[in-house]
Design a protein around this ligand. Structure first.
Ligand code: C2E
Ligand code: MG
Ligand code: MG
Length: 924
């Protein structure tokens, strides 16, 4: 409500109250309030005025009411005798003075000598005109009449007329006549009805006449003699007492004057500013007040007002009409009520609006939910549904009966919730039919209580909310991921993780551990050839076939563990023989030729194996032990399947130590190159040197190449070491005064993983040595197959002028038959054959055969490990042109070799004497 409207409304209310006061519409309320005040402030009569009641027994004694005049006479006599001050005879005495009792009265009045007074009554004539009924003149002369009003004021009478004028006479009222010493208002005053009539001393006439009263009661008192009963005509309607007889009203009026309690009416004028004040207060403060405060304020104010009115009436004789003020307050409180109702209406409206908008938001939240949401009320009707729910279940869910549109599994869960309040404590998964398709969903049902109007529910009560999610795709992806985690995507074989798990499963129970398990690791060789020659797609296809073949070998699990390594898990400990047998079968199976899209390919396989007896029951350890056996088997071409042994475990440890030490040696310059001369067996001249790596460990001293070369190969450091030796040797030898040839050992690993061609080119370029002086020594194992890519490298090197020597000939698998087709210039007969000369016949035969074939193939031959002169001569006689061995010189540092190189031949070989040797040759 606006302030202006508030002011206007309250002003109208107050104006109405003022008008009501002005128009006297509230007089009855004011009368009632005054009655209340009179009874609250009841006060006793003074006792100076005594009422002598003409009772029935006295009238009966007189014979008639008229005859009672005689009784008056007797009463006057008694009262006069008792010393009463004034005696008022309230009764119509009529005109005639004929009866004997009239005379008696006259005589009594005469005796009373003016103490007695009669009454002149004022009543209404037939036309409503005032009629004054005077006592007979004779009596009036003896007892001057006082005026009493009996009939003019029929209704509530509060005011008392003080005097009237009649036929030129001014007649005093009874009350003023009884207390002439009191100053009274000119015309009228208000009777104080608070005076308790019952406290006015009263004696019946019969008691008076028969002397039944307290002696001295009437002495100096004023006495009113009148009728005790009141009839319709003689009674008056008054405040507090409702109806009183005329003498009673006169008594109260007389007491009012006697006690100086003549009241004054304040009238409506002072009430109006009070009402205006109330309005002002209300107008100013109402807006800051609650309704309760306004009511409490009004009640307090009303109470204070009434109390003030009471105090004023009692102490100041001022009568204030408060009804108007109360009405104004009531009106203002009513307007406050109205405001409150209005405000509540507003807040209800805004609450309803808010609820509507919340409902809208809620419905939107439900509708737009990423999950399927369906809300069902107790009538089994769908009250809300998300778009996704409609898409998955059926369109037009909203408003439909749940039985018609929801799958049975949802219905059951919802019914349970709605009927017995059972809600699901966890998310469930079920397959539901969605049209043609089946979907896997997870869902949950929750229960809520809503009020009517919420979530489209008209009745309110329980609603169940079903939330579901289509997890069909998610589950499929999860399955796929699990599959990928457990399988090798290329071959479909088990992954390493799953392989270890499978092994763990076998060994999980005591019974399983009792049976044990065996693991075979199959490493493929020459897969690189397939990849390089046919392409990786073929390599992949081959791997798939390998996995397939291994899968048919009765294994518990077949896994692809690395690029070219497969794992095969068997239940039970097979033992060395059976295990080796099985491994051989695996190798044979893998080695069978493959047909790949019209191409044929062959790969080799090596197997490392272990079992739970050897490695313990840890699956991880078993796999690593089998892997170790495989790596050792791979390092030793030609060895069959290898069973893990404790020594291998020790080797891996020292291998790790060796790797650290080698690394430090390379960085710390602990390597050096020694040279062993190669001698022309014909002339005894040094025609070349073989560079041999030397490692001087700061603590261990000299470490044999037989120890560190394999370690460097295993760790891969051989590539770096080999490159360093090549550079250092070329640099060194190129600076020598004699252009001897230089043989450098190159490991197969350098060919496989390094860049031999690049290294050689760089070494030659930086040293300035002629390529023809450089001999690259390779081992047989490097070129077991004619198709090996190493052959191409060798051809390239040869094309650039570099020579190739086949080291340790006779120890490997090289077949003499294809030796001629290999890009090799020189063959070095292994020292194990030379060592057998001249006594070992088998060794001698082999040496002779090699020398013959080499000659026929046009290859040079170098004999290694010549330790005696006999060996040297024998080889020379057999056609070997170059020899190398301790007989000529041990390997030594560059400076030492350089000295030997610059010596004259005779000084170098003082014992080299052909003729001395010849007879021995003949013996051979
Ligand atoms: P290798 O290439 O066959 O070298 C010849 C080995 O025979 C050398 O052993 C040499 O000291 C030894 N030797 C020479 N004459 C005699 C003899 O009359 N009697 C006996 N018992 N031994 C003789 P070393 O230096 O211990 O080298 C062993 C092997 O280590 C070499 O055999 C070679 O395969 C390898 N090696 C040495 N240095 C290198 C290198 O720089 N790179 C590579 N890849 N391998 C190397
Ligand atoms: Mg060598
Ligand atoms: Mg050798």
């Amino acid at each position: 409500m606006t302030r202006a409207r508030h002011l206007i409304v309250t002003a109208i209310v107050c104006a109405f109250a003022i008008i009501a006061v002005g128009m006297g519409w509230l007089s009855s309320v004011d009368s009632a309030l005054r009655d209340l005040r009179y009874s609250l402030t009841s006060r006793p009569a003074s006792g100076d005025i005594i009422f002598v009641a003409i009772d029935d027994s006295a009238i009966r004694l007189a014979g008639s009411a008229t005859a009672a005049r005689g009784l008056y006479a007797r009463a006057v006599d008694v009262l006069d005798a008792e010393g009463a001050r004034t005696i008022v005879l309230d009764g119509t005495l009529g005109d005639a003075l004929d009866a004997p009792w009239d005379m008696t009265l006259v005589e009594a009045l005469m005796r009373a000598q003016g103490k007695a007074r009669t009454v002149a009554t004022l009543s209404q004539g037939p036309e409503g005109e005032p009629v004054v009924d005077m006592p007979p003149d004779r009596i009036a002369a003896l007892a001057p009449p006082v005026f009493i009003d009996t009939g003019l004021r029929q209704f509530t009478s509060e005011t008392y007329t003080t005097r009237i004028s009649h036929q030129g006479w001014m007649i005093e009222s009874l009350a003023t006549a009884l207390t002439p010493e009191r100053a009274v208002p000119e015309t009228e005053f208000l009777i104080d009805f608070a005076i308790d009539l019952d406290t006015v001393p009263r004696v019946t006439l019969s008691d008076l006449l028969s002397g039944r009263f307290e002696p001295g009661l009437f002495k100096g008192r004023q006495v009113l003699v009148g009728f005790a009963y009141y009839s319709q005509q003689s009674s008056r309607s008054v405040p507090r007492y409702t109806m009183l007889s005329t003498p009673s009203v006169q008594l109260l009026a007389a007491e009012t004057v006697r006690q100086d309690r003549m009241l004054i009416k304040a009238g409506p004028l002072p009430v109006m500013p009070i009402i205006a004040g109330v309005w002002l207060l209300f107008a100013v403060f109402r807006r800051q007040m609650t309704l309760h405060a306004a009511i409490a304020g009004a009640l307090t104010y009303g109470g204070i007002l009434e109390f003030t009115a009471l105090v004023l009436q009692v102490h100041a004789g001022l009568l204030i009409d408060t009804a108007g003020i109360h009405l104004a307050q009531l009106g203002l409180v009513a307007t406050a009520f109205w405001y409150e109702l209005e405000a509540r209406g507003h807040s209800l409206d805004s609450a309803a609006r808010e609820r509507d908008s919340m409902r809208g938001i809620l419905m939107r939240v439900v509708a737009d939910n990423f999950d399927g949401v369906v809300v069902v009320d107790q009538t089994r009707t769908v009250r809300a549904a998300s778009r996704l729910a409609e898409e998955v279940l059926s369109p037009g869910l909203l408003g439909s009966a749940m039985d018609r549109v929801l799958p049975p599994v949802f219905r059951t869960a919802l019914e349970k919730a709605l009927d017995d309040g059972t809600i699901m404590d966890r998310v469930s998964e079920e397959v539901i039919a969605c049209g043609e398709r089946e979907r896997l969903v997870e869902f949950v049902v929750t229960l809520s209580t809503v009020e009517a109007g919420e979530v489209n529910s008209n009745s309110g009560g329980r609603v169940a909310c079903l939330t579901f999610r289509d997890i069909t795709e998610r589950r499929a992806v999860e399955k796929q991921l699990t599959y990928l985690a457990q399988h090798d995507p290329l071959t479909g074989a088990t992954s390493r993780v799953k392989f270890v798990e499978d092994a763990e499963k076998l060994l999980a129970t005591p019974a399983g551990r009792g049976r044990g398990a065996s693991i075979f690791l199959v490493g493929l060789s020459r897969l690189k050839v397939v990849n390089d020659t046919l392409g990786h797609a073929y390599g992949d296809a081959l791997l798939r076939q390998v996995a397939e073949r291994l899968g048919q070998m009765g294994a518990v699990s077949v896994a692809r563990l690395e690029g070219n390594a497969f794992g095969v898990l068997r239940e039970g400990v097979l033992g060395a023989d059976e295990g080796r047998d099985y491994a051989e079968r695996l190798i044979a199976e893998v080695a069978r030729p493959y047909t790949l899209n019209g191409h044929h390919a062959i790969v080799g396989a090596r197997v490392g194996m272990t079992d739970s007896d050897l490695s313990g029951c840890s699956a991880d350890t078993m796999v690593s032990h089998a892997g170790l056996a495989l790596s050792i088997a791979s390092d030793r071409p030609g060895t069959g399947p290898l069973v893990f042994s404790r020594e291998m475990d020790a080797r891996i440890k020292s291998k790790q130590d060796m790797e650290v030490a080698l690394r430090a040696a390379l960085d710390g310059g602990e390597f050096s190159v020694h040279y062993q001369p190669q001698v022309d067996l014909e002339s005894g001249e040094i025609i070349g040197v073989e560079a041999l790596a030397r490692w001087t460990h700061p603590e261990l001293g000299n470490v044999s190449p037989a120890e560190f070369i394999p370690a460097a190969e295993e760790t891969g450091l051989i590539i770096e070491l080999g490159r360093w030796i090549l550079h250092a040797a070329c640099q060194e030898v190129a600076s020598w005064p004699k252009p001897v040839r230089l043989s450098v050992n190159v490991s197969p690993l350098q060919f496989e993983h390094g860049d031999v061609i690049g290294d050689v080119r760089l070494a030659l370029a930086t040293s300035g040595m002629a390529p023809e002086r450089l001999y690259i020594e390779i081992t047989e194992n490097l070129i077991v197959a004619e198709t090996s890519p190493v052959i191409d490298t060798l051809r390239t090197l040869r094309a650039e002028g570099v020579r190739i020597a086949l080291d340790d000939f006779g120890t490997g698998y090289s077949s003499l038959s294809y030796l001629g087709r290999l890009p090799v210039d020189t063959i070095k007969i292994d020292q194990s054959f030379v060592r057998g000369l001249p006594d070992d016949a088998e060794a001698s035969a082999i040496v002779r055969a090699v020398l013959m074939i080499s000659e026929s193939l046009g290859k040079h031959v170098v004999a290694e490990g010549i330790e005696t002169q006999d060996q040297a001569w024998l080889l020379r006689l057999g056609g070997c042109t170059v020899g190398q061995g301790y007989f000529f010189s041990r390997p030594g540092p560059a400076a030492e070799i350089l000295t030997k190189l610059t010596l004259a031949e005779e000084d170098f070989f003082p014992a080299w004497n052909m003729t001395e040797f010849c007879p021995k040759i003949e013996k051979v």
